[in-house]
Design a protein around this ligand. Sequence first.
Ligand SMILES: Nc1nc2c(c(=O)[nH]1)N[C@H]1C(S)=C(S)[C@@H](COP(=O)(O)O)O[C@H]1N2
Ligand SMILES: [Mo]
Length: 319
Amino acid sequence: MANIRIPKGWEIPENQVTPESAYINRRKFIRDLGIVGAGTLSLFGTPACAQNRGVAKQLEEYKKHTLDAENNEKYTVTRPQTDEITAATYNNYYEFTSSKTTVWKRVEGFETRPWEIEISGMVENPMKLDVDELIKQMPLEERIYRFRCVETWAMVVPWVGFPMKALIDKVQPKSSAKYVEMLTFFDPDIAPQQRDARMPWPYLEGLTIEEAMNELTLLVVGVYGHILPPQHGAPVRLIVPWKYGFKSIKSIVSIKFTDKKPRNFWNRLLPREYSFEANVNPNVPHPRWSQAMEWMIGSRDRYPTKIYNGYGDSVAHLY
Ligand SMILES: Nc1nc2c(c(=O)[nH]1)N[C@H]1C(S)=C(S)[C@@H](COP(=O)(O)O)O[C@H]1N2
Ligand SMILES: [Mo]
C-alpha cells in the first residue's frame, strides 16, 4: 500500500502563514463581517476526515466532466504531486471568504456554466463568447506546475488549459497594446465578501503583453483531468507559475488589451506589500515575513524557495 498522508495544511494556525488574511484580521475585517465569522466558527474544528469526505463528494460532479488533453511532458517537476482533495480544500478566494479551509463550502451555490467571456480593448478581433465555445477553439494540454502563494504555501498540480498565446494570436493585439487586464465576475449575491466596499472589487490582475505571450502562461479550464471545481476558479482562470499565486486570477469574465498598466487588486489594497510584477523571489522578503522557504500543503515537506519559482529558464530574460 502506498503511504497514506494525513493533510496537515489546515492544522497550521492561520496567523503563522496567511499574509493576505493577516491584514484583514488586523483591520478586524473578519469580526466586522458577521457572515465570515459565523462560517469560520461552524466549520472550525470539523475533523479533517469529515471535511475530506465533504470535498470528495463535491468533486464527484466535476470528475464526470473529463477534459481531453494530453500531458505535455516538457513541464514536469521533481516534487510529489499534491493530493487533489488537499488542493481543493485549501484555497484563496476572497470573494467568498477569507478562511481558506471553508472556500470549498462557500462556493457551493456558485454556478459557473453557462459563462461568457469578453475579449476587448486594443485588438483587431474583439470577441464575446461562451467558455465552452472558447475551449473548443483552443489547443488543450495538461501541465504539471509548481504553484507558490505569497503566504509561503505551495503545491504541485496538474492543470489543464491552453497557452494564453493561442488566444492572443486569434484576437491580434494592436501594436499600441502593452498590457493585458483581467477581471473576475462581480456578484455580491453569490460572493458575499464583495459587499465589503473597503476592498477594490472586482478582483483585477494584469500582465505585460510579453508575460502574457510567454510559453508558461496558461488559461486554465481544468485540473486533475476534469473541469475546474469552483474553488479553483471555474470555469476559466489564469496560471502564471513563476509569480506569486495572487497573480493567477480566478473565474475570468473579461480580458482587455490596454496601453495602461493595470492596478491589480492586492496592489490597490496594500501597495507596500504587493506589487504588479510579483515574481517569486526568495531574496526579497515580504515586509512581514521571509520568503526564503515554502511548505507543501498536505505534507510536512519544506523547501527553499526558488527564484522565479524554478522557471527562470523560461522567464528570466523578461526582467
Ligand atoms: N478572483 C480571485 N482570484 C484569485 C484569488 C482571489 O481571492 N480571487 N486568490 C489568489 C491567490 S492569493 C491564490 S494563492 C490563488 C489560489 O488558487 P487555488 O485556490 O486554486 O489554489 O488564487 C488567486 N486568484
Ligand atoms: Mo496567494
